[in-house]
Design a protein around this ligand. Structure first.
Ligand SMILES: Cc1cc2nc3c(=O)[nH]c(=O)nc-3n(C[C@H](O)[C@H](O)[C@H](O)COP(=O)(O)O)c2cc1C
Length: 329
């Protein structure tokens, strides 16, 4: 269906226009600079746009009525800090007229001297490339001198409200390390798999990179794993642009065998694994290897390498690491 025909008038209703602009979904940023007295200044801004890769340029629009406008209008440098989903309060503080906005955040100087928020989704530290007068705003074009990013979920904004952007990262991706950590868990001749919501089955994933003695479930419960049977099993990449995969093999403790599982988790008999529904070739190959190695109770550790991967066999169960007093110091 077509949208109603636009009603072209010479006078545009600014309130209706602001509402119409507000239907465009954006992220939320804190733009920062340092004023002539050396004080950090900042404000919430969603007018951020990436402009050019070569040279690396971005822009933000700064309202002339903002109290920090003179600082941005004179600054030789500024930073744009994109917020993550847990930072609605930071956005609120920097959208206010508070005089001590920077008391509520940790910040650092990285390259140009403009304040960079220690905790944010992504930051760009820029020198001022150009300023363009544009009505009641000035378009500030920055040349990126340094930037950093994290895999957190972004904070969204639309129609004057904060919006959740469904985390675009794969389940199990560790925010701090950009890896999917999975568990190949056996219990009584069955392997635990998780429905991927697209008709496929994947390995259950963990929230931490270090091997845990339990697998935390989304419903708040946990399955206990036998520590002496939990060991690194496979480290591989699926594609250059994807996260790395780090898989542990583990065995469920007897207490956890009868625990009711959330609907997306299911045990499959080891002789009847749904290979055709496992979407990742590397994971299918790993499951087949597990089956072979389990038969002889001799497990290997696989490591991806440019020449096709390497497998090292290890005998027996994992042993606790007993440090000598010399190693402890
Ligand atoms: C989500 C959001 C986005 C905003 N985007 C902008 C923007 O792009 N440009 C702008 O000048 N003000 C923007 N504002 C308003 C400023 O943050 C607000 O006027 C602030 O009080 C300015 O701070 P100051 O007066 O201390 O400089 C936005 C506010 C919010 C809540």
């Amino acid at each position: 269906m077509l949208a109603p025909a636009p009603h072209i008038e010479t006078a545009i209703d600014p309130i209706a226009l602001r509402r119409a602009f507000g239907t465009f979904v954006t992220g939320v940023t804190i733009i920062t600079t340092v004023d002539a007295d050396g004080n950090p200044r900042g404000m919430t801004a969603n007018s951020f746009t990436s402009v050019s890769l070569d040279p690396p340029l971005l822009l933000v629009c700064v309202g002339k009525s903002a109290s920090s406008f003179p600082a941005f209008n004179e600054a030789k440098s500024f930073a744009v800090n994109l917020l993550h989903e847990g930072q609605t309060e930071v956005s609120g503080v920097f959208a206010s007229k508070s005089v001590d906005k920077f008391q509520s955040v940790n910040h650092d100087r990285v390259h140009t001297g403009a304040p960079v928020l220690t905790d944010c989704l992504t930051w760009f530290d820029c020198t001022t490339h150009n300023r363009i007068d544009a009505g009641d705003h000035v378009i500030l074009i920055g040349q990126v001198q340094a930037f950093g990013t994290t895999p957190s979920a972004p904070l969204g904004f639309c129609r004057g409200r904060y919006a959740n952007v469904k985390d675009p990262l794969p389940s199990g991706w560790l925010a701090s390390h950009g890896m999917v950590v999975g568990y190949l868990i056996e219990a009584d001749g069955n392997i635990l798999l998780r429905a991927d919501g697209k008709g496929g089955w994947v390995l259950p994933s963990a929230k931490r990179r270090i091997a845990d003695n339990e697998l935390k479930l989304d419903d708040g419960g946990a399955l206990t794993l036998l520590p002496e049977n939990t060991f690194l099993y496979s480290v591989f990449d699926v594609a250059d642009s994807d996260p790395g995969y780090l898989i542990y093999r583990a065995r469920l403790s007897h207490d956890s065998m009868g625990v009711a599982l959330p609907p997306d988790l299911r045990f499959f008999s080891i002789d009847n694994l749904p290979y055709d529904a496992v979407p990742t070739r590397e994971v299918r190959a790993m499951l087949r290897r597990y089956l072979r190695e389990r038969h002889d109770a001799r497990f290997g550790i696989y490591m991806d390498s440019r020449d096709g991967g390497r497998l090292a066999m290890i005998d027996g169960d994992a042993q606790p690491w007993l440090q000598t007093p010399r190693e402890q110091s």
